[in-house]
Design a protein around this ligand. Sequence first.
Ligand code: ADP
Length: 394
Amino acid sequence: PSVLKDGSKLNPDYIPERLPHREDKLKELTIAFRDIVNEPGKSSVRVVITGRTGTGKTVTARIFGKAFAEQVKNRGIKVEYVHVNCHRERTLYLITLKIAEQLKLSIPPRGLSSQEVFKIIHEYLERRNMYVIITLDEFDYFLNSSPPEDIYFIVRLYDELAVNVKRVSYIFIIRDLTTLSSLDKTVRDHIARDIIEFPPYKSNELYDILQDRVKIAFYDGTVSDDAVKFISDINGFDKGGSGNARLSIETLELAGRIADAEGSPIVTVEHAKKANSRLNEEASIILDELNYLELHPMLLVKALINLSKREKKESFPIGEVEDEYSRLCELLGVEPRRHTQVFEYMRRLKLMGIINTQQSGKGMRGRTTLLSLTFPASQELDDYVTKLIGALKN
Ligand code: ADP
């Protein structure tokens, strides 16, 4: 028996029905997009959502988009909402393809440039007299890794497309606003017109968010109020925590699993504490280990983090990891190490407990070594590794 009634409701991708403490942000977004209702086609709206990890940026954008499209439909305005993650789709071309895909447009598999794909998208919108709100999530990645002309193209779309009616509007989700400072002013002005900040959650806010999830994910009365209180307090920004709803929900889930493992019919504050320290401990041991790495092994770790986040898989053929590693080297302008040296690094990373290796299943053509991280590729970790790489490079 389990205390969990429906664990999927604790999944980071699950879209809840309500968003406690983000109602005002939903309203701000509606106001920012009012021109689409008042004077459709006159302007291309741009809004930046910024805030730390786990402050509800993604989920709020998604819920806003859906609700807004629904709301304007009653006034006879057709709006589609499209959400693209720039970490997963890491080039302009992949982003435009993803937008087309979400609009259910079929694009010939080869031979078109991003600009041409965008033109097809625009013609499609024109034909149907439709508008689209495109959220570019984790836009930091795109800004940090794309050539200026690609950034210029996506942002200054209407300088390039000679059209009268502006049908494309954007929500840019940017974790760290300082990313913008490296950009050309003309580009920056096209991005940062309207900035909505998402503050880290306070303890009482996390409590409300968690209680909502307790109701839909757990059986009645199986989660003690103290447990929820503990998780909210430890993570609440006003109490020195990170204000991260994702981490709080993850802690709740782990507490549930610990209760199950101990055969307890109820999740107690003790289970919540164990869950919390387990998550903390994992995080701190790893961070400690990482501090000792040199640049190239660190880049291999970063390559694995990138692949895990992008492809939502656990393990990757060694060749794929090496390819991603080479790309990172190129991006940073450092010479990649030779294959044999890379192998040696991997062996060491394994000894340090940072990565696991296994052989791909029998029967698979040309057996190969699969690599995985021994820890979740969380945003915090990614940030940390990125920072260490920046420091090592100089
Ligand atoms: P961010 O994009 O800022 O990193 P997310 O939108 O991915 O954060 O939110 C992280 C997790 O917390 C998701 O599971 C999301 O559903 C949940 N969450 C965040 N804010 C709220 C809220 N106000 N109400 C309910 N769930 C929330």
